[in-house]
Ligand binder design. Structure first.
Ligand code: ADP
Ligand code: GN1
Ligand code: MG
Length: 366
């Protein structure tokens, strides 16, 4: 991937001069680079080659992010003491006035200011950090609740729709494109056994018992940056901000913030959901959103981590069966390893479902 990062960088309106660019972070979707500038008093940048196999309409995707970040910045301006540059992503315009460019090879690129002095965690090691994550996502949802201008574009249709995800899994099992189905019979069984109970959130939605709101839809913990004191700083990775149920964000954050092991842990005995971190995240989240959620939304928060962890397991397994076309992988069995780890986490959540429900009931007084 010999991209000419300097030329690409110079297509955007920047303050500092290009010093160097290195791969950065551990996202599974885009190619992300940190650009350092020569002048020490100028910002660094994050430059991303966008994955347009996954996101089919980059101009609409970018338009969503423009709308969301403008709205968040307007909100932050009204809050005394806000550090607007670090609490909200800022897109850098190109010389043509767009928030993205296309290079000569047809790659799409965008650039943000690098959020300085942040901390990013793939693994969370304390209830305090989980609490801060909950506050960050709760505040993010609350600030977007009154965004003007009609619904956001759906950047990936049916993103968390478990019916559609299972349909795709079944299709890939039938197609068996790379002859891997036989090797994953046990995992397929574990998925299919649970399929029926996972439909509940969609059912509540279709009965209008839970509303569609603006949600982030990719709240894994490394998409929530903390500051140098480990306090909530900024929610990033806004590609999937679109209409959704609050359960998707709550569930995905617990999947990562309360897991005692990494997302792809090979030793399944290490994987547990830590109930203290579950409680802390819930406290942080509800401190920002408690007043806005209806009783049914609150009641089903305890179920949400099971649904989203299961959904991600289905997606990893589907990608494995499909020959690894979606998620970036580090080795041949990576998606299978991830699917197994996520199924292990689902089991741990099932075992602790009653305490999870009790915690939510106590915190919400429903
Ligand atoms: P992906 O969809 O591939 O996960 P992200 O937008 O989440 O892409 O970016 C990947 C990583 O780059 C993030 O996890 C984070 O570590 C880092 N990152 C992204 N944007 C910024 C930013 N504006 N400032 C600092 N770090 C960032
Ligand atoms: C991807 O973009 P990233 O790495 O933050 C994925 C999420 C999955 C996650 C699993 C657009 O998130 O849905 O939950 O990997 N994002 C997209 O780690 O598919
Ligand atoms: Mg990310």
């Amino acid at each position: 991937m010999g991209y000419n990062l300097k030329d690409i960088y110079n297509s955007f309106v920047t303050e500092g001069s290009f010093l160097n660019g290195e791969p950065f972070g551990s996202g599974h979707i885009h190619d992300t680079f940190r650009i350092e500038t020569i002048e020490k008093d100028k910002d660094d940048y994050i430059l991303q080659r966008l994955n347009n196999k996954i996101f089919k309409n980059i101009p609409e995707l970018q338009h969503n992010i423009e709308r969301v970040t403008v709205h968040l910045r307007n909100k932050l301006r009204d809050i005394p003491g806000s550090d607007i540059k670090r609490e909200c992503l800022r897109l850098i315009p190109s010389h043509e006035g767009k928030s993205w460019i296309m290079d000569n090879e047809g790659n799409y690129w965008r650039m943000y200011i690098f959020i300085s002095n942040h901390r990013s965690y793939n693994l969370v090691d304390s209830p305090d950090k989980a609490f801060e994550g909950g506050k960050a996502i709760g505040r993010f949802q609350a600030m977007l609740a009154d965004m003007p201008g009609g619904p956001l574009f759906e950047t990936i249709p049916w993103f968390h729709n478990i019916d559609k995800r299972l349909e795709t899994l079944n299709l890939k099992i039938t197609e068996n494109p790379v002859e891997r189905v036989k090797s994953v019979k046990a995992e397929i069984d574990q998925v299919l056994q649970r399929a029926e109970e996972m439909k509940i959130i969609l059912k509540l939605g279709s009965e209008n018992k839970i509303p569609i709101r603006i949600t982030h839809n990719d709240t894994k913990f490394n998409n929530i940056l903390l500051d140098e004191n480990d306090k909530a700083l900024c929610v990033i990775d806004l590609d999937t901000v679109m209409p959704g149920f609050v359960h998707y964000d709550f569930g995905d954050a617990i999947r990562t913030a309360a897991n005692t092991a990494s997302e792809d842990e090979q030793d399944l005995s290490k994987i547990k959901m830590d109930i203290n971190r579950f409680k802390a995240y819930s406290e942080g989240y509800l401190s920002e959103t408690g007043d806005t959620l209806n009783d049914i939304e609150k009641e089903y928060l305890a179920f949400a981590p099971r649904l989203i962890t299961y959904t991600i397991a289905v997606r990893f397994l589907t990608d494995f069966i499909d020959g690894d076309n979606y998620f970036k992988i580090n080795h041949k069995l990576h998606n299978l390893q991830r699917a197994r780890a996520q199924l292990g986490l689902v089991k741990s959540m099932e075992e602790q479902y009653e305490p999870m429900r009790r915690i939510i009931r106590e915190l919400t007084e429903i």
